[in-house]
Write a protein that binds this ligand. Structure first.
Ligand SMILES: *Cc1c(COP(=O)(O)O)cnc(C)c1O
Length: 369
């Protein structure tokens, strides 16, 4: 089965992990600090704070932002639920902004959703394609809002040679098993803001500050959301290979782009000039006429050995959200959900795999003409 995405672990990764296991420190220590420095070096951000997942990192970022009950956040429904779950649990209301054909938030629809309760904009770089961050930042500045960017798909993506990671007030990455790199489970917040960095460090570890000898003080509410040394060692080792992973995923994506060019039964995600994508996912979008056949197409592709997936069901459709906030329906988001299928694209595939995938996708979908 060719999965839509998977991890790539080599002997070096294993050696680095085993070294930690043979050592004295397993919980957060120097390997975590090293991984954080590596993330800063790679992205150009000033501070990186590692967490045990991106969900925890989002939790920390929303806490650091000071967002609270009664506030509103403008965000995209096309994401994993954690993007909004982590501020909804603070009592903050999601205000759903519709998306564009590529799956990213429609920056031209943000401004009309701003009220005096709006505190932040939370965009997601869908599949690794950078959102229109310059325009989003401009809106945020005009209305004095924060931008918290969920870049769980986009480690390694860039705009004009500048890596995603320091455009927004805070940027979140995921190192879940099948994200652009992995620490098995893990996440991080990147920021240039020292106050946020300090607040995030406290929140991740009980709100405790250490003083001399045994003296310590808990100065704010916190949890244990720390990354382990084992995970961080894997992270630093993986990060060295990220550019190669992305090279492979781009080679496959470029091949797909060529094979799927000008097809009228489905389209693909186009990148903007001067940007690169981590290509965490390769989404295809079925034409409206095929929406009602999506289940059949999905089943047939599965039967042919493809571990495909749909990203994402609009968050507002989940029963928790319907119960909490009532029914919502956004035209492009609904359309996107009816059309999207993520096909296999990852660093463990070779060009023969890619050829098989492209050929199979074309054959299966063509039969629905
Ligand atoms: C994977 C993902 C998350 C959650 O990441 P975890 O590390 O699994 O907690 C959040 N947002 C998006 C967009 C994701 O893809």
């Amino acid at each position: 089965m060719l999965s839509y995405s998977t991890q790539f672990i080599d002997d070096n990764d294993i050696q680095e992990v085993v070294k930690v296991l043979r050592g004295d420190l397993l919980a957060q220590g120097p390997k975590v600090a090293k991984f954080e420095r590596d993330l800063c070096d790679y992205t150009g951000a000033k501070y990186a704070i590692a967490f045990n997942s991106a969900t925890s990192a989002l939790n920390g970022a929303y806490d650091a932002s000071g967002i609270t009950k009664g506030d509103e956040i403008i965000t995209t429904p096309i994401s994993f639920v954690a993007t909004s779950n982590m501020f909804v649990q603070l009592g903050t209301k999601p205000v759903w902004c519709d998306i564009k054909l590529d799956g990213n938030i429609d920056e031209n629809k943000i401004e009309e959703l701003i009220t005096d309760k709006t505190k932040a904009i939370v965009p997601v770089d869908f599949a690794g394609k950078p959102v229109e961050i310059k325009k989003i930042l401009k809106i945020a500045k005009k209305y004095n809002l924060l931008v918290i960017q969920d870049s769980s798909h986009a480690l390694g993506s860039s705009i004009k040679d500048k890596k995603i990671g320091s455009f927004s007030d805070m940027t979140i990455f995921s190192f879940h098993a099948i994200k652009p790199i992995t620490t098995s489970e893990g996440g991080a917040v990147l920021t240039n803001n020292k106050k946020y960095a300090e607040s995030l460090r406290l929140y991740r570890s009980h709100g405790i500050i250490k003083k001399e000898l045994w003296h310590s003080d808990m100065i704010s509410m916190g949890y244990n959301l720390r990354m382990t040394e084992v995970a961080a060692a894997l992270g630093s080792s993986q990060l060295k290979k990220l550019d190669n992973f992305i090279k492979v995923r781009n080679k496959i994506s470029n091949y797909y782009d060529k094979q799927f060019k000008d097809k009228n039964l489905f389209s693909t995600q186009k990148l903007e000039v001067n940007t690169t994508s981590s290509r965490h996912l390769y989404p295809i979008f079925l034409t409206q006429k095929l929406h009602h056949m999506k289940e059949n197409i999905f089943k047939e592709l599965q039967k042919k050995g493809m571990g495909i997936q749909v990203h994402y069901r609009p968050i507002y459709k989940n029963s928790f959200y319907v119960k909490q906030f009532g029914k919502t329906s956004l035209k492009e988001s609904e359309n996107f959900y009816s059309s999207e299928i993520s096909i296999p694209c990852h660093q463990k595939m070779n060009m023969n795999d890619a050829k098989y995938v492209a050929k199979t996708v074309l054959e299966v979908i063509d039969r629905y003409k």
